[in-house]
Ligand binder design. Structure first.
Ligand code: COI
Length: 356
């Protein structure tokens, strides 16, 4: 059935939901998609008819530029259900602003705000049962844009597809993570695309991350590409360090993703009266703090990862173990953040957006 209703997004509903086939207690992150998806094509210099339709396969020419030059960007957001069954998004404006910022860097046309928000609301109204109740359950939303114009000339496409998929998820990391500090490979460089959620940023990390995994580590903490001296981010997460009681994180730059969860942790820390130091932290300082006992915690923040404590880091082939303190900042921020996301506490920052 196709309806246009009040907004511009056309809705084409599934005939039969697949939800009864899903084992929501045993999900692998991001492998299953909900009944509906959003699709909107760009051609002739404008975004065409925005459509919510049944999730399904695409037919794209193998000559499409995305396959040859990686002209693609994405976002990660989540929808949460509260005890009353209401569904909420968390700071979706931030994701909208960021995907257009990423698109600009990749020479992809910006996406209209009304289409984006209409699409989110329509998708979540239709697939609200896919947002499972209970802390830790959420529906991960994956907006993305890619170059679909056929041609292998190395130039920006004049045709694109903007889509949103939704995937029911639980924890991204099921245990505390072991990280290794980058000394050889780099994630991003000055003037590069590190601040954009460009698909290629992630693909380029797979090989060095596999090498780290072979050594028993879950993630790499990337350092600056010039000297491997400053701690930057972990690829799937921004990183926070607690030295004594000060919370330290790298300033955003064109090498570091401006994380929504990172920004939220900083706001919570300031509200809670925790001393925050947004500055470049050197690996040497970190190692010295680990040795003299002033390093109390390291944790990552991200939409998928939420707040993920780091239980050890490796540098120069030495492992430094961390024991979570009783007054753990990561535990505190995770609770405060999730209480807001799941409508279990006041929302003094106005971060929740209810799906009507
Ligand atoms: C997110 O947290 O949404 C991310 O983009 C990380 C992702 C690569 C799983």
């Amino acid at each position: 059935m196709t309806t246009q209703e009040s907004s511009s997004v056309i809705v084409n509903k599934v005939e039969k939901s697949r939800i009864s086939e899903v084992d929501f207690d045993n999900l692998t992150f991001g492998n299953i998609f909900s009944d509906h998806m959003f699709e909107c094509d760009y051609k002739d210099g404008k975004w065409q008819e925005p459509t919510v339709k049944p999730y399904g396969l695409l037919t794209i020419s193998p000559g499409a530029k995305v396959f040859h030059y990686g002209q693609a960007v994405f976002e990660g957001m989540k929808a949460y259900k509260d005890d009353a069954g209401d569904v909420f998004l968390f700071r979706p404006e931030k994701n909208f602003e960021r995907i257009n910022k990423s698109s600009k860097r990749l020479a992809i046309p910006e996406f209209p705000k009304d289409y984006f928000f209409d699409a989110l609301h329509k998708l979540l109204q239709l697939d609200k049962d896919w947002v499972q109740p209970g802390l830790g359950n959420s529906l991960y939303l994956r907006p993305f844009a890619m170059a679909t114009q056929v041609g292998v000339s190395a130039s920006p496409a004049n045709e694109y597809k903007f889509m949103i998929l939704m995937s029911p998820v639980q924890a991204y990391y099921t245990k505390d993570v072991k990280v290794v500090i980058a000394q050889e490979y780099s994630r991003s460089a000055d003037g590069g695309v590190g601040a954009a959620k460009a698909a290629g940023n992630y693909g380029a990390q797979f090989y060095p991350t596999n090498l780290a995994k072979e050594q028993g580590y879950d993630q790499i903490i990337w350092t600056d590409s010039n000297e491997h001296k400053y701690l930057e981010e972990a690829g799937t997460m921004n990183v926070f360090f607690r030295i004594n009681d000060t919370l330290i994180t790298a300033p955003t730059s064109d090498r570091i993703l401006d994380g929504v969860t990172r920004d939220s942790v900083l706001a919570l820390a300031k509200r809670d009266g925790i001393t925050v130091d947004v500055r470049k932290l050197t690996v040497d300082e970190l190692v010295a703090a680990a040795k003299d006992g002033s390093l109390k915690e390291i944790f990552g923040s991200g939409t998928a990862a939420v707040i993920s404590p780091v239980c050890s880091f490796n540098y120069n082939n030495v492992d430094y173990a961390l024991t979570k303190p009783e007054d753990s900042y990561s535990t505190k921020f995770k609770k405060e953040l999730m209480d807001i996301q799941y409508n279990k506490s006041e929302d003094p920052f106005g971060w929740r957006v209810k799906i009507k």
